[in-house]
Design a protein around this ligand. Structure first.
Ligand code: HEC
Ligand code: HEC
Length: 250
């Protein structure tokens, strides 16, 4: 695990952003004002047309121009200028990598993930059903059309094969375990996922291990119990073997 410098940059970046966000929110009154502006933005046409990203994008721009007030400016991604997916992802990609292909430990790739799953995770981070000190502040100020647009953006990117050196013996153990536990009953053949079930194929090794351990320890509980019950039966060696197997699927 080498990429320390970029992780440090990333951490500094996150801290700067959260400091920025809190300095803009000193009084409960201004916080309330900011939130009510955010709540107004996704109104009417934006939500109705949210499925079609092109339209959503336009709708968000209109909503933001209408609602643009100084109180809205403390948001990390929705500043006074109109929301732009291309600009927003520059921030996301400092951690999630170019086009959502992550090179940072314990940071997931987003490229090729299902749009529905990405959207639901952003919503869960925002509503604190899932928490992470680096990620939670990133979702805090996104509204629904913005989340849908970001989800669509990453779902359309191509996940590049990662360079993890998987061990043949562990791959075999991992595959046997996956068959035994019926992971693919939910995640589908080849762990490609669909809708709210995430793609795990080709995901970073260290991130898969962390999530399985977080589910097992009930540190991550936004899965409606699906993963908690599965992961309870897994030993550390199983988790590592499963991750060797799944990270190696392209
Ligand atoms: C400062 C680093 C950082 C930035 C910037 C960042 N993220 Fe994250 N993100 C993370 C980390 C770390 C996780 C994993 C959290 C965990 O372990 O549960 C994560 C998780 C996620 C997940 C869940 C993925 C999965 O497979 O479950 C999504 C979706 C996501 N981020 C989207 C975004 C988007 C969209 C942006 C930009 C608006 C963004 N992130 C910006 C660090 C970051
Ligand atoms: C009963 C259905 C079900 C089964 C069986 C299942 N999963 Fe999951 N898994 C899910 C769902 C649903 C989620 C997403 C939870 C959420 O929305 O946060 C998930 C999430 C995950 C994640 C986190 C992905 C990410 O990007 O953060 C990993 C890793 C994972 N599963 C691996 C496995 C493995 C390995 C197995 C078999 C040992 C397995 N799953 C079995 C339903 C299932």
């Amino acid at each position: 695990m080498k990429p320390q410098p970029s992780l440090t940059v990333c951490l500094a970046f996150a801290l700067a952003l959260s400091a920025h966000a809190s300095s803009g929110n000193q009084s409960p009154a201004s916080d309330k004002a900011r939130r009510s502006v955010a709540a107004v933005q996704p109104a009417a046409p934006a939500t109705a047309q949210a499925q079609a990203v092109g339209e959503t994008h336009a709708a968000v721009q209109v909503a933001q121009q209408d609602g643009a007030q100084p109180a809205a400016q403390s948001s990390a991604t929705a500043a006074s200028e109109p929301f732009s997916v291309e600009k927003a992802v520059q921030t996301c990609n400092t951690c999630h990598g170019p086009d959502g292909n992550s090179a940072l430990p314990e940071t997931p790739s987003l490229a090729g993930q299902t749009a529905r799953y990405i959207y639901l995770q952003l919503k869960d981070f925002k509503e604190k059903r899932r928490e992470n000190p680096l990620m939670s502040p990133m979702a805090a100020n996104l509204d629904k059309p913005q989340m849908l647009a970001l989800a669509q953006y990453y779902a359309e990117k191509k996940l590049k094969p990662n360079d993890f050196k998987a061990d043949a013996g562990k791959i075999k153990h991992g595959k046997a375990k996956a068959d035994e536990v019926l992971c693919t009953m939910c995640h589908l053949g080849g762990f490609m996922g669909q809708n709210e079930i995430p793609r795990v194929a080709g995901q970073r090794y260290d991130y898969i291990v962390k999530q399985l351990k977080d589910f097992r320890a009930m540190k991550r509980t936004n899965d409606a119990g699906n993963m908690t019950s599965v992961s309870k039966t897994l030993k550390d060696e199983d988790i590592e073997a499963l991750a060797h197997y799944i990270t190696n699927i392209n």
